[in-house]
Design a binder for this molecule. Structure first.
Ligand code: AMP
Ligand code: MG
Length: 324
């Protein structure tokens, strides 16, 4: 274990905040049993208190301490996919403070597949409550430098573990109803989960915000308005534009007012695309563009999670800009 992890764990034990790498995105962590430290996460991120946090654990032994019941299907998933980009929601025990769960009777928990994260949790001797280490509603960080830019001044330390290998948030499955429910598509494909435990309920968009507070319509947003389009023909010729494309695109089809194009995967691989998504959005967002266009992405496998992020990134802002 490195000195940096030992020092960061000490900060957590003393009620401080530590940004750390996971395989999904960088997290902003506090000791999950320390109400005051968790309250600071909400302050620093400007995150509304109705939006619950995920507890990160290094050992399934923690489940008995924080959850009142672990259904057998949940166990099957943890045995198959942990450590990994899967979060499960279980009925909580009183030891989990209400501020972590936004007052819900359930808690979200996952075991990250990242040695720094696992080492930090082990050394801190408590589950780490951690949302993504960015200002609420903005693009999630997949590099330490992204965290430094937004939150660097307000937190005790950032552990740099290099780029995140998955690059998109965890898939969330709730076990608070008889049939498990997909609350958020993410870094583990829905199809992979269903191979193990059968069909998941996918709640309608309108019901999501009550089932999973924080799944806001607008989220993951660049400052620049982002618009989903079906082809390059929909690109307005008047605005300084950026383009986000899944695969390489014929230059001739791209109008000259598109000053930068980001290709998410040169070989059409959804995993690679998910991994590149947030960094590509940030690069486009740094160019002072009028608008960013995003071309369609297949909705199978990790495409479901990518499309979820893109549709939230595009919500409202693009409409506001176009109507302005
Ligand atoms: P983030 O930390 O930004 O990855 O977001 C975590 C998300 O997990 C929240 O926005 C909720 O949508 C979801 N979540 C966390 N805890 C619960 C819970 N107890 N019940 C339902 N959803 C939850
Ligand atoms: Mg987040």
């Amino acid at each position: 274990m490195t000195d940096e992890i030992i020092r960061a764990a000490k900060i957590l034990k003393q009620g401080g905040l530590v940004a750390f790498p996971t395989e999904t995105v960088y997290g902003l962590g506090a000791c999950g049993f320390d109400k005051n430290a968790v309250a600071r996460i909400f302050e620093v991120k400007k995150r509304p208190h109705f939006d619950p946090l995920i507890l990160h654990i290094d050992d399934t032994k923690w489940l008995e301490k924080i959850a009142s019941h672990v259904p057998s299907k949940a166990r099957e998933l943890t045995e198959t996919f942990w450590p990994g980009p899967l979060t499960i929601v279980l009925p909580k025990l009183p030891v989990v403070p209400d501020i972590v769960t936004a007052g819900l009777p359930s808690t979200a928990v996952r075991m990250p597949a990242n040695d720094i994260a696992l080492g930090l949790i082990k050394k801190a001797c408590c589950p780490i409550a951690a949302p993504s280490a960015n200002t609420f509603g903005r693009i999630s960080p997949t590099r330490a430098v992204h965290v430094k830019e937004q939150l660097g001044k307000n937190i005790e330390t950032i552990i740099d573990g290099g780029p995140c290998s998955v690059g998109i948030e965890s898939t969330i499955v709730s076990f608070t109803t008889n049939t498990p429910m997909l609350l958020r598509p993410g870094g583990l494909e829905k199809e992979e989960i269903e191979k193990i435990i059968g069909p998941l309920i996918v709640p309608q968009k309108e019901k999501l915000s009550s089932l999973s507070p924080g799944r806001c319509e607008q989220h993951y947003s660049p400052v620049t308005p982002l618009l989903l389009c079906t082809s390059t023909e929909e690109i307005s010729k008047e605005q300084k534009s950026g383009l986000l494309s899944f695969t390489p695109i014929d230059r001739e089809k791209v109008p000259s007012n598109v000053v930068s194009t980001e290709i998410l995967s040169s070989k059409g691989d959804l995993r690679e695309a998910a991994c590149n998504l947030f960094a590509a959005m940030r690069r486009l967002d740094s160019l002072g563009l009028d608008i960013i266009y995003a071309l369609p992405i297949p909705s199978t496998g990790l495409g479901m999670a990518i499309n979820d992020r893109l549709s939230r990134a595009s919500a409202k802002r693009a409409a506001q800009k176009l109507n302005a």
